[in-house]
Design a protein around this ligand. Structure first.
Ligand SMILES: Cc1cc2nc3c(=O)[nH]c(=O)nc-3n(C[C@H](O)[C@H](O)[C@H](O)COP(=O)(O)OP(=O)(O)OC[C@H]3O[C@@H](n4cnc5c(N)ncnc54)[C@H](O)[C@@H]3O)c2cc1C
Length: 383
């Protein structure tokens, strides 16, 4: 199934990506889920086709599209239809990890990290979450201390997507832990820097082929020109802005994954016969498929609406959070219902229903949990 947006550019773009997904990603999706490793070759291939720069203007090496947010959402959706794990890594590479440099980086940072990332030659990550600071991002303890010619970073980060394979990481750190969120700044850390190490690669049951790591910064020197925000206090607002846009793309991941769950359930309902007829002939199964379809349509429309508002430069705090909340929950329910269409086969590893259900948890957590989305929206509504 597919819900089309009302944008011609985005739908043409979708048709191209969808072909790549069907030919290159779908056939290996199950294997890469089992392997649980970052896919370098596929990432480079996708970059070679120009897709990683979807969000950016031509002047900074991007695709120069008229509707970049909607097209990037559709890229995330289509990739997630093939493999949400793979899509999550690309989503990070083509949005938050590079967005921070594209928006607030100088020419040197763009040359050294952004352009190679868009070509798939360097991998990027974004690290705000810490072992003791998740939803409460303002309480993070990674410290940036001023030294001659730059900063020294000390602390650790948790759940960093692309963390073990990253060549550069935008790290959010505090220049004064007593001042809370107002003292946060962003720094681009080259992972070749002395003092940086991967604490551990994390083993997950969801989005297995996206790389997730705990990272350690043990007095890592970061030169002045690698600081992304010059004025103290702008770091948190900039990080917040990046995370807000990113919610739209996480919503799109949920939509793509659920579409794949629907397609598989529909196929199964036609192929599997009981009581002398396909199970899809039973009204109970039909109603379930209709509910799944309606849930995905709702999720997709929320996502496209938020993306189109972003493309018009409109304020999207509520819409982006609502898109992620609605898409996360509706698509999770859709995957749960799709699983039931398979009966016992749904529990078997060789059937994709269990991957869809496992992966459907990620959009309800990555970029902020569902209840944090509710908290964001409540705040915006003045509650
Ligand atoms: C696969 C994966 C990839 C990720 N990738 C990245 C990444 O690349 N970079 C990065 O920085 N982070 C990343 N994250 C981290 C993610 O953003 C956090 O996991 C998320 O924000 C929740 O934080 P937490 O896990 O510490 O949960 P906690 O904050 O400990 O939350 C626990 C529970 O308490 C609830 N809760 C907390 N505070 C409130 C409140 N005020 N009101 C109501 N309920 C509340 C939460 O909703 C949740 O149910 C990733 C996470 C995962 C699982």
């Amino acid at each position: 199934m597919m819900v089309r947006s009302a944008c011609e550019e985005a739908e043409e773009f979708r048709d191209h990506v969808a072909r790549w997904v069907d030919e290159r990603l779908v056939p290996v999706a199950q294997d890469i889920d089992e392997e649980g490793d970052f896919q370098h070759a596929l990432t480079r291939e996708l970059a070679g086709l120009g897709y990683i720069g979807t969000l950016y203007p031509a002047e900074t090496g991007g695709a120069g599209l008229e509707n970049p947010n909607l097209c990037f959402a559709i890229l995330c959706e289509e990739l997630a239809r093939g493999s949400m794990g793979f899509a999550a890594g690309i989503c990070m590479q083509g949005s938050t990890a590079t967005y921070t440099i594209q928006e607030w980086g100088n020419a040197h940072l763009r040359e050294t990290y952004l352009l190679p990332a868009l070509r798939g030659e360097k991998i990027g990550a974004f690290a705000i979450t810490e072992p003791n600071a998740g939803s409460d991002a303002g309480s993070l303890r990674t410290r940036a201390t001023r030294v001659d010619g730059g900063w020294v970073l000390r602390g650790s980060k948790m759940f960093t997507t692309n963390g073990t394979v990253a060549d550069f990481i935008t790290v959010v750190a505090s220049v004064d832990p007593d001042k809370g969120a107002r003292a946060l700044e962003m720094f681009v850390v080259d992972t070749k820097s002395e003092g940086f190490r991967v604490g551990q690669k994390l083993d997950k049951f969801s989005v297995r082929s996206s790389d997730t790591a705990e990272l350690v910064f043990d007095d890592v020197f970061v030169p002045d020109d690698h600081a992304l925000s010059s004025e103290t206090g702008s770091g948190f607002l900039n990080a917040y802005r990046s995370l807000t846009v990113d919610r739209i793309f996480t919503a799109a991941l949920a939509v793509g994954n659920a579409r794949s769950a629907y397609d598989a359930a529909l196929r199964h309902s036609r192929e599997r016969s009981q009581f002398g007829r396909p199970v899809g002939n039973f009204q109970a199964i039909q109603f379930r498929l209709v509910d799944i379809h309606a849930r995905i349509t709702t999720a997709a429309l929320h996502t496209y609406h938020a993306a189109q508002m972003a493309d018009k430069g409109q304020e999207i705090t509520i819409e982006a959070a609502a898109a992620k909340l609605v898409a996360g929950e509706e698509c999770h329910r859709a995957c749960h219902e799709a699983m039931s269409v398979f009966g016992g086969y749904g529990l078997m590893r060789e059937y994709p229903a269990q991957v869809h259900l496992r992966d459907s948890y990620f959009p309800m957590i990555g970029g902020g949990t569902n209840d944090i989305m509710r908290k964001v929206i409540a705040g915006q509504l003045g509650l």
